[in-house]
Design a protein around this ligand. Structure first.
Ligand SMILES: [Zn+2]
Length: 254
């Protein structure tokens, strides 16, 4: 083979193998919570009805979402692999649903008294004032929570060692937020948008399809490389494409 055909052969082989490696790599990431970002983000994949739980390492160790508390020991053991739970500075909730927030109370018993809970002001209202009730979601008891910091659109939150901007994305719930880091092009998207064109249900109490559409349009203005959703697989590399597909799918439905 001459040089030209060797190069051609190599390119062809790489083109064939690349998606195979990518699939294996993505599965590895999903299964073991390993991510390629410079930021140290640990994924604790949601079990059963639980949301995904994320741990961001650094000066301000942060947990994003907590699951609904039924898999507390599993989540706690996963956290312990990376740090002493007492070091967790803050828990940020992407929205008010119990599959993301009911685990907070139990988790705080292990993280100690220095952990603050953050949520959007609309979510906070619900989690604080309407707590101690049987949730309409699964019909289970939902304890009252204290939300130390009420977030609004445009607020900045330091998680790990990096600054994230709060983006209010109502539609799935009134108090839904996404958290975006511009430098690394990372988006934590809660239940607003999932991988492969998925989006949060808008037919539950407080949901609104038109608001969800506006929220997805807002997210389309961002440059997103890595997408860390509230459920399912994470996306490394082409987050924008997954958001674009979600917007396309939602437009077909409403
Ligand atoms: Zn939800």
């Amino acid at each position: 083979m001459n040089n030209v055909s060797i190069t051609h052969f190599r390119n062809t082989v790489e083109r064939i193998l690349e998606p195979i490696f990518k699939t294996c790599y993505d599965n590895l990431i999903y299964t073991y919570g390993f991510t390629s970002s410079a930021m140290e983000i640990k994924l604790i994949p949601g079990r059963g009805f639980d949301s995904n739980v994320y741990l961001i390492m650094g000066e301000f160790p942060t947990i994003i979402d907590t699951g609904m508390g039924l898999n507390h020991n599993y989540i706690l053991n996963e956290i312990k692999k990376h740090l002493n739970p007492q070091e967790v500075k803050q828990v940020v909730l992407t929205h008010e649903h119990i599959d993301h927030s009911r685990g907070v109370k139990k988790l705080l018993e292990d993280t100690g008294g220095n952990t603050s809970v953050f949520a959007h002001e609309y979510a906070a209202e619900k989690l604080e004032k309407e707590g101690n009730r049987v949730s309409e979601f699964f019909g289970v008891f939902m304890p009252n929570l204290n939300i130390e910091r009420r977030l609004r659109d445009g607020d900045k939150v330091t998680m790990g060692d990096d600054e994230f901007i709060v983006i209010h994305t109502p539609g799935h719930t009134p108090g839904s937020i996404c958290l975006y880091n511009e430098a690394e092009k990372i988006l934590f998207s809660g239940d607003t948008v999932f991988s492969h064109g998925g989006f949060g249900r808008y037919d539950l109490r407080g949901g609104d399809p038109v608001m969800l559409l506006r929220s997805l349009e807002k997210l389309m203005l961002l440059d997103v490389r890595n997408l860390y959703p509230g459920h399912g697989e994470i996306v490394l590399g082409n987050g924008n494409e997954h958001i674009r597909l979600a917007l396309h799918n939602l437009r077909l439905l409403i």
